[in-house]
Design a protein around this ligand. Structure first.
Ligand SMILES: C[S@@+](CC[C@H](N)C(=O)[O-])C[C@H]1O[C@@H](n2cnc3c(N)ncnc32)[C@H](O)[C@@H]1O
Length: 221
C-alpha cells in the first residue's frame, strides 16, 4: 500500500493517463458525468440506435454518462437505468438500484414496462476487476449473458442490443451465437474507447428471438 501523501506507481500512471486523455478532458470541459458518454455518442452516430419514442433499458448505468445522453435523445420515450451504484439521472428516468439479473430488479423492470416491449437494451456493465485475466473475462461473459437474458424477457422483435464486451475467451463464440438471434451483429471499437483496452462493443440489430445459450426463448418470438 502507498504511504500517506505518496501515490502508488499505478495510481500515478492512471492520473497521468487521465490528464493526457482527450475524452477525459472533453468530459470535464463539457460538464459530462463520465468519459464513457463519448463511446455511446460515437456508437449512436454510426449505428443510428435511438428514436425519440424508444423504450430503452440501460444496464450498468452509473455514474450516469450514458444516462445523461439518453435522456436528451428520448424526449417521448422510456428510459430505465440499472446499477447497484448511484446514477446521476433526471426526474423522468426510472432508476433501479440493484444488479441486473436479480429477481427484484427484473420485477421492477416488468412493472415499469407492463405489456410493452423494449426497443433497445444497452449494457455498459463491467465486472469488478480482480486482475486475474481469466477470472475477469469469465465474469464479463457472465454479464453478457445477463444482458442477453433481459432481451429474451423484454426485447421486441426487430429491437437491438448494444453490449460492452472484452476481447478474450468466449467472446467469438458468444458473438457467433447472437448471429442466430439477430439479423445483423457487428463488433466495433469506438474512438473514445482506450486503444490499449480489450474493450469492444457488440451491436446487434433486428432481434428475431430464437433460443439463447441457456435455451430461453424470447417472449412473443
Ligand atoms: C463502465 S461503468 C458504466 C459507465 C456508465 N455507462 C456511464 O456512462 O457512466 C460499469 C458499471 O457496471 C456496473 N455493473 C456491474 N455489474 C452489474 C450488474 N450485474 N448490474 C448492473 N450494473 C452492473 C458497475 O456498478 C459500474 O457502475
Amino acid at each position: 500500500m502507498a504511504s500517506k501523501g505518496k501515490r502508488s506507481k499505478s495510481s500515478s500512471r492512471w492520473l497521468q493517463r487521465q490528464q493526457r486523455d482527450y475524452f477525459v478532458r472533453q468530459a470535464q470541459d463539457k460538464g459530462q458525468v463520465s468519459r464513457a458518454h463519448y463511446k455511446l455518442v460515437q456508437l449512436d452516430q454510426r449505428f443510428k440506435l435511438l428514436r425519440g419514442h424508444f423504450k430503452v433499458l440501460e444496464l450498468g448505468a452509473a455514474p450516469g454518462g450514458w444516462t445523461n445522453y439518453l435522456q436528451d435523445k428520448l424526449p417521448k420515450g422510456v428510459l430505465i437505468a440499472v446499477d447497484p451504484l448511484p446514477i446521476t439521472a433526471a426526474a423522468g428516468t426510472h432508476v433501479i438500484e440493484g444488479e441486473a439479473g436479480e429477481p427484484e430488479v427484473e420485477a421492477q423492470i416488468g412493472h415499469i414496462l407492463g405489456d410493452a416491449g423494449l426497443d433497445l437494451v444497452l449494457s455498459d456493465m463491467a465486472p469488478n476487476i480482480s486482475g486475474v485475466r481469466a477470472v475477469d473475462q469469465a465474469r464479463a461473459m457472465e454479464l453478457a449473458d445477463v444482458a442477453l437474458h433481459t432481451c429474451t424477457l423484454w426485447l421486441r422483435r426487430g429491437g437491438g442490443l448494444v453490449l460492452k464486451a472484452f476481447q478474450g475467451e468466449g467472446l467469438d463464440a458468444w458473438v457467433q451465437a447472437r448471429r442466430r438471434q439477430f439479423e445483423k451483429v457487428t463488433l466495433t471499437k469506438p474512438r473514445a474507447s482506450r486503444p490499449e483496452s480489450r474493450e469492444v462493443f457488440v451491436v446487434a440489430r433486428g432481434y428475431h428471438g430464437g433460443p439463447d445459450d441457456a435455451g430461453h426463448t424470447a417472449k412473443g418470438a
